[in-house]
Design a protein around this ligand. Structure first.
Ligand code: NAI
Length: 306
């Protein structure tokens, strides 16, 4: 099981700058042929500039790698299909899809404009759906695929002013979890990276310069290149990656409380047990399964008391 990507074809969306550029450069260095997709928009998704993707293609070629540019928008069904078609046309297959393209339209929910909300979903959430849908059947048919979504702490933890962005990013995790189940038998693995990196998205957030200096996007890309490789056997995992630090983010359910399953608990019972329902204290790491503890809790009813 190799980490190298020779013979593999990768598509990176939004690869004309920031994180996408760094991912594309590393995937090419690892031996993949790369489709550098980027329509070259402003940070809020306005305008187009083909030079963004072209520059990264030039960088990859100058370093001895293989790449082609694509300027379609991820935000439409036709765009997603055209992006994947670019890989099939130029290189005959698609093995890796890195869903990375993104825009920002930050506003508190009280002030948000619903057109902005939709635009953010169009790029992040629907962009992920459209590109992955186009790549999915070719991957299933060849019995190999690696899909990587880009989520954010704004989704997994929330962030003031990012209701649109955070919910689109969280939506991608819901998509990831089901695709991980559906793709597993055909060796199509679906994971997510939650990055932290210096880019135009983070440049003006007041992050101190000495910290920004450690947030090179290239520090995130090794996680993406690993998830893109044959060596990776995991699916449905969220990897955090920033400034040389890597971790796993996972949702789990507390042990909770079991009432009589034959009738509804009273509101007072729920209120009285709230502390125990919501507590994680005392749980061992081996108990940190994914959510879905109903069976475990029912089993406690069959155990003798004490
Ligand atoms: P960036 O703004 O430098 O890069 C995004 C790229 O996507 C741009 O080159 C842009 O032209 C392209 N793009 C925008 N709309 C597109 C569309 N419809 N079709 C194709 N390309 C499009 O930003 P950055 O920081 O590199 O972000 C990359 C991804 O990482 C985004 O999904 C972002 O939400 C995510 N992210 C970034 C974090 C960070 O710390 N920089 C933190 C968490 C998530």
């Amino acid at each position: 099981m190799t980490l190298r990507l020779e013979g593999r074809v990768a598509v990176v969306t939004g690869a004309g700058a920031g994180l996408g550029r760094a991912h594309a450069l590393l995937l090419a260095k690892q031996g993949a042929k790369v489709v550098v997709n980027d329509l070259g928009s402003t940070m809020d998704g306005k305008g187009e500039n083909m030079a963004a993707a072209d520059r990264v293609v030039d960088e990859i070629r100058d370093a001895g790698g293989e790449a082609v540019a694509n300027y379609d928008s991820v935000a439409t069904k036709e765009g997603g299909e055209a992006i994947v078609a670019a890989a099939l046309h130029a290189f005959g297959r698609i093995d890796v899809l890195v869903n990375n393209a993104g825009i920002l339209r930050d506003k508190s929910f009280a002030k948000t404009n619903l057109d902005d909300f939709r635009a953010v979903f169009d790029v992040h959430y629907w962009g992920g759906v459209f590109c992955t849908r186009a790549a999915w059947n070719p991957m299933l048919e060849q019995g190999y695929g690696r899909v990587i979504f880009t989520t954010s702490v704004a989704g997994t933890s929330g962030n003031f002013g990012q209701a649109n962005y955070g919910s689109a990013k969280e939506g991608l995790l819901g998509l990831m979890r089901t695709l991980a189940i559906e793709g597993a038998k055909k060796n199509v693995l679906v994971n997510a990276v939650s990055p932290g990196a210096r880019s135009r998205m983070t440049e003006n957030l007041g992050i101190p310069e000495d910290y920004l200096a450690m947030l090179d996007p290239a520090h995130v890309s090794p996680a993406v290149a690993y998830l893109a490789s044959e060596a990776c056997a995991d699916t449905g995992v969220i990897v955090t990656a920033a400034a040389g630090g890597f971790g796993r983010l996972h949702y789990f359910e507390s042990q909770g409380v079991q009432f009589d399953p034959h009738g509804p608990a009273s509101v007072e019972q729920v209120a009285d047990a709230w502390g125990r329902i919501t507590a994680f204290e005392g749980m061992k790491p081996s108990e940190f399964g994914a959510s879905g503890r109903t069976q475990d809790r029912l089993a406690t009813l069959k155990r003798p008391a004490g």
